[in-house]
Design a protein around this ligand. Structure first.
Ligand SMILES: Nc1nc2c(ncn2[C@@H]2O[C@H](COP(=O)(O)OP(=O)(O)OP(=O)(O)O)[C@@H](O)[C@H]2O)c(=O)[nH]1
Length: 346
């Protein structure tokens, strides 16, 4: 047992010496691990950040929506391929420029002021925008602009997403246009009448001029239908529409309200006498013979006039007075000049 104890007395320092290098290495490794941990965390974070950026870049490039990054001072910082395709510009032609260069001229100052106000207060603006491509043509886009803030809360940049809706808008505009047109004659229909008349009254009020509404009804039209057929009647209506349009100025509006009835909104007249002159010109044009395949036909026309400001400033009132005047004209002898002015107010 003694020798064992002696042996043990020898062994322990020897064993300690033997494991010292391993212990030192282990301690060193632990120390290195502790020191390297923040570095490893930083590397892992950078890798995650790089992966996030790669993902963001792939979304940026692959997006079918045009994307524009703009600095707080209004310089284009970046754009994706879709935005280049949408506008026809190359990247280098837009970087550093102000997006103002894309403006179409279709929106007024108030439109852009409202956009900036919304960006300042809400941090976002969403709306439809007409912009101009490199080749000068216009495109419509549904646009969302968002203000992006950095970790410090300061404005970093704006991101604008553009969806091209040009085709949709064209189809919409066409549907709207057709909704306001009479399909047979291509004239404006009744739906435009009140609006055009109120604009004419407003313009006349602003310029100190006169506006007039002229009600027109063909005479003897039914007889054309009866004698020559409905298609011949249609041809007379189309010819009448062209003659009406030819007898007035382009700023006036000719409306077909139905059947053989038309209304003309006359704008920016010097006085009531000028309205009467236009009515005489219109009647002369309408009563010219119309050539049909089956021969020539002639229709008459009765016209009633009411004028702003003399007869009133209200759309309904002027329409009613001109209608009354037209019916009085119809009651006159056929060979008389069937044009009647609304009676001047007492
Ligand atoms: N061809 C054709 N006829 C139409 C159209 N719309 C209405 N009409 C016809 O036009 C005629 C209008 O009748 P009226 O107002 O009595 O015609 P009018 O002979 O000029 O009679 P007055 O207006 O009283 O002088 C009717 O026979 C309708 O059927 C249309 O789009 N095409």
């Amino acid at each position: 047992a003694a020798s064992h104890a002696e042996q043990g007395g020898w062994d322990r320092p020897f064993a300690a010496l033997a494991i010292a290098p391993f212990a030192a290495a282990a301690l060193g490794w632990l120390a290195w691990r502790r020191a390297a941990a923040p570095l490893r965390r930083r590397v892992a974070k950078a890798e995650r950040e790089a992966a996030r950026l790669r993902l963001a870049a792939s979304v940026f490039d692959a997006s079918a929506e045009g994307i524009l990054l703009v600095s707080p001072t209004g310089q284009i910082l970046a754009l994706n391929e879709a935005f280049g395709r949408m506008t026809g510009y190359r990247r280098e032609e837009l970087i550093g420029r102000n997006p103002r260069m894309l403006q179409s001229g279709r929106h007024d100052v108030a439109f852009y002021a409202a956009m900036w106000a919304s960006l300042r207060t809400e941090g976002q603006w969403r709306g439809q925008l007409w912009d101009r491509r490199r080749d000068g043509s216009l495109f419509a886009a549904l646009v969302t602009i968002s203000a992006v803030h950095g970790a410090d809360g300061a404005l970093s940049h704006y991101v604008a997403l553009f969806s091209d809706i040009t085709e949709m808008r064209r189809r919409q505009d066409e549907v709207e246009r057709l909704a306001f047109l009479d399909p047979l004659t291509g004239l404006a229909n009744r739906r435009l009448l009140a609006e055009r008349l109120s604009v004419a009254i407003r313009d006349a009020a602003a310029t100190g001029r006169c506006a007039a509404v002229c009600m027109v009804d063909l005479d003897g039209f039914k007889a054309v239908n009866d004698a020559h057929g409905h298609a011949a009647g249609d041809a007379v209506l189309v010819a009448s529409a062209q003659r009406l349009q030819g007898a007035v100025r382009s700023r006036d509006t000719v409306v077909r309200t139905g059947g053989d009835e038309f209304v003309i909104v006359l704008t920016a007249l010097v006085d009531e006498a000028e309205a009467l002159e236009v009515a005489q010109r219109v009647r002369a044009a309408l009563t010219e013979p119309v050539a049909l395949l089956s021969g020539c036909v002639t229709v008459g026309a009765s016209l009633g006039l009411a004028c702003y400001p003399r007869d009133g400033a209200d759309v309904e009132r002027l329409l009613r007075l001109s209608d009354d005047a037209m019916y009085r004209a119809k009651g006159q002898d056929r060979d008389r000049d069937r044009i009647v002015m609304a009676p001047a107010p007492p």
